[in-house]
Design a protein around this ligand. Structure first.
Ligand SMILES: [Zn+2]
Length: 284
């Protein structure tokens, strides 16, 4: 049995994330989404897919990724499969997926999809999967500067598709005859959400620790602040927008000082250029 080998493995908010992008690995020429979500991401959509028993040499998220690569997942394409041990990333975050059954609606075209692998038993493995899903969802919301009201269920997008109205959470949990998804999380959606809030907060506290002197002196550089870049390959551009050319340089991960902000773009103190703040976390 040939298991997949990830291109990269990283820790994200306590979750081991293995990157295996189908845009880079497509030996079977499966159909792939092509619509860019760059600058358009409005949230994270949570799904459940059924637990599968796998060899001890691998995990369900790897097996789902492999099934997708091998053309056995029909037309489902998601950003992450998450199980009790890790997550496998299948799509770049700025590429739309196929998961929300809302066609060219905002679910598919503007949200990052997490498929949480669980069973109805809600046993220890299921709870561990759900915990990884909550951690990952929090990390992604944070990465895009989005709050908990940007956490969606699959069912939310079905309700929107069918013209129903209400708050995010009303639509997240409103009965839809086609599908209630995430099926195993929805019965305790409020508790799950609270968990994501917890991980959002925890992360904030950790990030702010090193930059919180007790000094009460007024901050003279009121337009200047520090951000942590959360991706490896953030482009530096000559101006505040994707319409400006890239400088050919990347920031790399780390902490940077922003001295000017325009919309969702920040100018680097170093003078190197501008970066999209959507891939950063403000730390002070
Ligand atoms: Zn779903």
């Amino acid at each position: 049995m040939a298991y997949l080998t990830p291109d990269k493995t990283a820790e994200l908010n306590g979750v081991t994330v293995k990157e295996y992008l189908l845009t880079r690995h497509n030996p079977n020429r499966i159909a792939m989404p092509t619509i860019s979500m760059e600058g358009k991401i409005i949230g994270v959509t949570v799904h459940n897919t059924d637990w599968i028993n796998v060899s001890p040499d691998t995990t369900p998220a790897e097996q789902y990724t492999r099934a997708t690569r091998n053309g056995n997942m029909n037309d489902v394409r998601v950003h992450y499969y998450v199980d009790n041990k890790c997550a496998w990333q299948n799509l770049p975050l700025d590429l739309s997926g196929w998961h929300a059954a809302d066609g060219s609606g905002s679910g598919n075209r503007k949200t990052i999809a997490i498929e949480c692998i669980m069973s109805s038993a809600y046993n220890a493995d299921d709870r561990a999967s759900e915990d990884n899903c909550a951690r990952l969802a929090a990390a992604l919301l944070k990465q895009y500067g989005l709050g908990i009201e940007h956490l969606y269920t699959h069912t939310h997008w079905l309700n929107v598709r069918d013209g129903r109205k209400g708050s995010t959470d009303t639509l997240n949990t409103m009965y839809h005859s086609y599908k209630m998804c995430p099926a195993y999380i929805l019965p305790h959606w409020a508790a799950f959400k609270a968990k994501v809030v917890g991980y959002l907060g925890e992360d904030t506290a950790a990030a702010e620790k090193p930059s919180a002197p007790a000094a009460s002196a007024p901050d003279t550089a009121t337009t200047s602040y520090r951000v942590r870049v959360t991706i490896d390959d953030l482009n530096i551009r000559t101006g505040p927008g994707t319409n400006y050319p890239t400088t050919g340089k990347f920031t790399g991960r780390g902490v940077f000082t922003i001295v000017e902000t325009q919309g969702t773009w920040g100018r680097l103190k170093s003078g190197a250029g501008w970066i999209s703040l959507g891939y950063t976390v403000k730390i002070g």
